[in-house]
Design a protein around this ligand. Structure first.
Ligand SMILES: [Zn+2]
Length: 272
């Protein structure tokens, strides 16, 4: 079994002029895939690095350009995502575990694959190295890759925010913190499908949340309400306390479980 430690760089929407809109089906477009292949003793046996020509966000978001140093001229003549992902897939080989720092890259990989109609990449075996590191150090909050590299005294000889160097640093972290426990390997595809199902269920009931007056704890009627993605906003008025209440409900992940968290606060005191 090989471990594929990968990292991605994305370009995303930026409003250059009025009338520019993001594509709701592809929020983050992959412009670089970097990966390091490790054998079952975590020795490096190969690497993959490819820049990708963006087709949805064809101008470089200025923040991305600043962070990654990727100028449009560096990617405009490159191969398309579909071509690169095919090479990447054959480079993976059979019986590989995909590994990355955090969940953003595997989410982005899945989003891009589904947008471009590719279903070849195996997402059933995945290790979140950030999580392994957090367990190793007993950390409550998600740390950045660079802080983990510093903490583990890994030599910083490459620039960060380049997909291949980040993959390389992540593999160095992995080598220091992984105890070969099989429980770190999750069926990400299955977990993700279950999360999406749970989120969809919660979305159907989020607007049923009650507005409770934060002062007297009575339930009050909703005056206006709007649902946005994983959030629900409403207003209510407590005639007893003479206050306007702002209600916000959010779908959040608490200790691995999705649930609705509601907050009611005084919006503005009516000084009648
Ligand atoms: Zn009240």
């Amino acid at each position: 079994m090989n471990y594929i430690v990968f990292d991605l760089e994305f370009n995303m929407f930026f409003q250059f002029k009025e009338g520019d809109f993001a594509n709701p089906d592809l929020k983050n477009e992959i412009i670089q895939i970097g990966a390091v292949k490790l054998n079952n003793r975590l020795e490096k046996i190969g690497e993959f690095n490819s820049l990708i020509k963006p087709v949805i966000y064809k101008r470089m978001n200025p923040f991305v350009k600043k962070k990654t140093n990727i100028d449009i001229s560096r990617v405009a003549q490159r191969r398309s995502f579909v071509e690169v992902i095919k090479s990447f897939n054959s480079w993976l080989g059979n019986d590989s575990v995909l590994c990355s720092w955090g969940q953003d890259d595997i989410l982005g990989l899945r989003e891009n694959c589904s947008f471009f109609g590719i279903d070849a990449i195996p997402l059933d075996k995945f290790i979140n190295i950030q999580k392994v590191y957090m367990t190793y150090r007993n950390l409550p909050k998600q740390p950045g890759l660079e802080s983990a590299v510093e903490d583990l005294e890994i030599e910083k000889n490459l620039p960060f925010h380049d997909a291949l160097s980040d993959a390389s640093y992540t593999s160095d972290v992995f080598r220091k913190v992984y105890d070969f426990s099989e429980t770190a390997i999750i069926n990400w595809e299955k977990v993700q499908a279950e999360s999406e199902k749970k989120i969809a269920e919660l979305k159907t009931i989020i607007s049923q949340a009650n507005i409770e007056c934060p002062e007297c704890k009575r339930f009050v009627q909703k005056s206006s309400a709007v649902t946005k993605a994983k959030k629900y906003f409403a207003f209510g008025y407590c005639a007893e306390c003479n206050i306007l209440i702002r209600h916000v409900s959010r779908i959040v992940n608490k200790d691995g479980e999705y649930c609705i968290v509601s907050n009611n606060s005084i919006y503005e005191k009516d000084e009648k």
